[in-house]
Design a protein around this ligand. Sequence first.
Ligand code: G3I
Length: 318
Amino acid sequence: SAPLRQHAAARGKFIGTALATGPLSNETQYRNIAATEFNQITAENAMKWDATEPNQGQFNFSGADTIVNFATQNNQQVHGHTLVWHNQTPGWVQGLGATAMRSAMQNHISQVVGRYANNAAVVSWDVVNEVFEENGNLRSSFWYNTLGQSYIADAFRYARAADPDARLCINDYNVEGINAKSTAMYNLVRSLREQNVPVDCVGFQSHLAIQYGFPSDLRQNLERFAALGVQVRITEVDVRMQMPRSSSKDTTQANYYRDVIQACLAVNACAGVTIWGFTDRHSWVPDTFSGEGAALIYDENYQQKPSYTAVHNALDGG
Ligand code: G3I
C-alpha cells in the first residue's frame, strides 16, 4: 500500500523522521525506507554544535550536508536541529564570558543557518532547545547562567537575520500535556511574540513511554498554542516500553502513535509529525533508559510493527 508520505501529503501534513549519518551510508534498507516513507528529515545529531563547530570558527558541514543532500535527492524537506542547546555543545563555548559567548552564538547561528538559507530543502530550525526545567523555571544551563534569559530572544533574532524565510521554532520535551512546563512555554512564547521576537513555531518532542500513559490533553494543548498564532509540530515522537516486547505492549504503543497523529490532524496549525528515527535497530532509547527500548515503528530487522500500521491508518483517515 502507499507509503506514509503519500497519505500525509494528502492531508497537508508532513511525516518526518530523524536520520543518523552512519546507517545512512552503511545500510541499504535504512536508506530505502527513509527515502520512501517520509517527506521531512531531521538530522539526529549531524547539525548540532559539536558536529558543526567543534572548534571556534572551524566549521564542519560534512554530516549536515550528507543529510541535506539525501533529502534533496528524495524530494524531502529538512528541519534543522538544533542551534542553541545545553547538550552536545563543545567545552570551548561553555567556558566563554558573556560578551564572547553572545558573539560565538551569533556567529554560529549566522554560519549554520546561513549555509542553508538559499537551500530549498531546509525550511525550518529548532533555534533553542529544552530551555525549561520540569517546574517551568528557565533551565540553569551555561547559556542562562552566563547570558540570562536574553539569550533566547537574541538567538531568534540572529536566526531571522541569517534566513528571513526559515520557520523558527522553540522545542522541548514533557510539554505535550498541559502542565507547569508547557504553561511556562506558553507564557514565554506569548511574551516573545508580544516583543516581536521572531518565534514562528513550537515543537513538542513527544518522547513517550507506555508505562507513563498518554498525554490525553495533547490536542487541547496544541490548540492553546495555535491560538497564539504559532505553528505547532510534533518533532521527536517515539514510544518506548520496558523490554521485552509483547503483543499487548505493541498494541498500546500503536494506539499512542495513532493518537499523536490524530491530534496533529485535528489541529490546523499542526504542520506534521516527526518520528525520532524509524527502526529499533537505531534508537537513542536503550542507551539512555536501561531495560527499555522498541520505541519505533519498524523492528531491528526493518519489519513493520503494529505502530507502522497505526501511523499509516491514522494518516489515511482511520
Ligand atoms: O560520536 C560519538 C562516536 O564517535 C562514539 O563512537 C560513540 C560511542 O558511544 O558516541 C558517539 O556520540 C554519541 C552520539 O549520540 C552519536 O551517536 C553520543 O555519545 C550520544 O550521547 C549521542 O546521543 C544523542 C543524544 O541526543 C545526545 O544528546 C542521540 O543520538 C540523539 O537521538 C539524542 O537526540 C535528542 C535530541 O537531540 C533532543 N531531544 C532529545 C533527544 C533524545 O535524547
